[in-house]
Write a new protein. Structure first.
Ligand code: NDP
Length: 461
């Protein structure tokens, strides 16, 4: 390259970096103490540099300033009455982050740690994830600091009814379509749908996804995030000369995503040796018995420590973060955000892990991601790896609109194709923008371009 050309390219890089830093500093000032949201924004902004250098139109039109500011953040009171007759009050949230390519779409999380930072980080990630699926869905997320653990069915129902009474004003099949997330499964979606239907009348099946099969749900939605995680990772492994077959796998969590990631990994011939809940983890060198985990978690709603009553050769360890000290070939974090810090990342690397696939949203800290990217480990980021859940939710919306339901295998086949496409799109974007093999950069850029181009087309709104 001639000296002049080198100078020019350095200048472009400098301008883009300065712009990104300024945007980030403003966001930091405006969202003080929202650490999870800032973490998600930082990761995306840093990875967008190559696209801003190549296409300055995104800087000139203030796309970053607009895409990082939610279109709407709704916060509301959720009063309900517990079984002893006592009045309780929780806080409800819905962030409608970006509707450039379709109605807002994203789950509801019920967990005591929920606050506006958590909801905004999840909603922000959702924009790019949804765009990656290739489906016409925008980004949203919601939830409450309500803790479903230890509550009776009656308490859960009354809470869900109160939550939906308020939320129903803001959602609808063509406006905003929530689904489940941590603490929101089939039971909660049933109560939420019942209350929406009661308030709005008719049979508004397209307003929520993750519904029961008897009233508009899609086959394979329950399995979609976990299966999709494994389909993505299998594609990543196959493209690099590895496979799940014969590998040792650790899957954190023991909820919806974790259970179906374990199931698919086992079907592909992996030996899954550990899983967890928020109290601790079980290590079963014979291979986790999934029937026991399903009974404990899906039916009896018990703690994972009870696994060892049925399998005395297994070990239970209090505290979930140490699960990453067990040597494995493939690690699938499927519990919650920031569950892998730099210490756990180092342990995984030192113990010879070959691949990480993030089934959960943002389960690795920024430092942990950096360590993975700087090693020769294959690393699949959450917004690409776990996009299968929302993809099948969009398929549920399609089936509801057409008033028909597809067979399990048909949905599963579509899911497989979607996950392969997400991998291929991300890997080729990484290559095109000068970071070969870096799926963080590739997925972020692929999702960003889809949304940013729609925003450009719509003008400044
Ligand atoms: P569930 O509520 O079904 O399961 C969550 C699991 O993670 C449980 O085992 C839970 O343990 C554990 N967990 C929750 N919080 C913590 C914590 N602070 N520390 C350690 N463990 C914790 O949720 P899902 O399986 O649906 O969601 C798991 C992850 O996947 C989340 O990050 C979610 O955002 C993401 N995701 C989910 C999708 C879906 O379709 N459900 C789609 C895409 C992403 P315990 O029971 O003790 O609380």
């Amino acid at each position: 390259m001639k000296l002049e050309a080198i100078e020019k390219s350095k200048e472009k890089q400098w301008i883009a970096e300065k712009y990104v830093n300024n945007v980030y500093e403003t966001i930091k000032q405006r969202n003080l103490y929202e650490n999870e949201f800032l973490q998600a924004v930082k990761e995306i902004l840093d990875s967008l540099l190559p696209v801003l250098i190549k296409h300055p139109k995104y800087m000139e039109n203030g796309i970053l300033e607009r895409i990082t500011e939610p279109e709407r953040l709704i916060i509301f009171r959720v009063p309900w009455v517990d079984d002893t007759g006592k009045v309780k009050v929780n806080r409800g949230f819905r962030v409608q982050f970006n509707s450039s390519i379709g109605p807002y779409k994203g789950g509801l999380r019920f967990h005591p740690t929920v606050n506006s930072s958590i909801i905004k980080f999840l909603g922000f990630e959702q924009i790019f994830k949804n765009a990656l699926t290739g489906m016409p869905i925008g980004g949203g997320k919601g939830g409450s600091d309500f803790d479903p653990k230890g509550k009776s069915d009656g308490e859960i129902m009354r809470f869900c009814q109160s939550f939906m009474t308020e939320l129903s004003q803001y959602i609808g099949p063509d406006i905003d379509v929530p689904a489940g997330d941590i603490g929101v499964g089939a039971r909660e979606i049933g109560y939420l749908f019942g209350q929406y239907k009661r308030i709005r009348g008719g049979f508004p099946s397209g307003v929520l996804t993750g519904k029961g099969l008897g009233y508009g749900g899609s086959l394979a939605r329950r399995e979609a995030t976990g299966y999709g995680t494994v389909y993505f990772v299998e594609e990543m492994l196959n493209n690099n000369g590895y496979t799940f077959n014969g590998s040792t796998v650790i899957v954190s969590g023991s909820g919806n995503v974790s259970i179906y990631a374990m199931e698919k990994a086992m079907q592909l011939g992996a030996n899954v040796i550990a899983c967890s809940d928020s109290d601790g983890y079980v290590y079963d060198p014979h291979g986790i018995n999934l029937a026991t985990v399903k009974r404990l978690k899906e039916v009896e709603r018990k703690r994972i420590k009870e696994y060892i009553f049925d399998h005395p050769h297994a070990v239970y360890v209090e505290g979930c973060s140490k699960i990453w000290s067990i040597p494995c070939d493939i690690a699938l974090p499927c519990a919650t955000q920031n569950e892998i810090n730099s210490e756990s990342a180092k342990l995984l690397i030192d113990n010879g892990v070959k691949a990480i696939g993030e089934g959960a949203n943002m389960p690795s800290t920024l430092e942990a991601v950096e360590l993975f990217l700087n090693s020769d480990i294959l690393f699949g980021p959450g917004k690409a790896v776990n996009a299968g859940g929302v993809a099948v939710s969009a398929l549920e919306m399609s089936q509801n609109s057409m008033r028909l339901s597809w067979a399990f295998d048909e949905v599963d086949e579509k899911l497989k194709m979607i996950m392969k496409n997400i991998y291929q799109r991300s890997i080729s974007c990484a290559e095109e923008y000068g970071h070969p093999g870096n799926l963080v950069v590739g997925a972020n850029i692929a999702g960003f371009i889809t949304v940013a181009d729609a925003m450009l087309a719509h003008g400044v709104i």
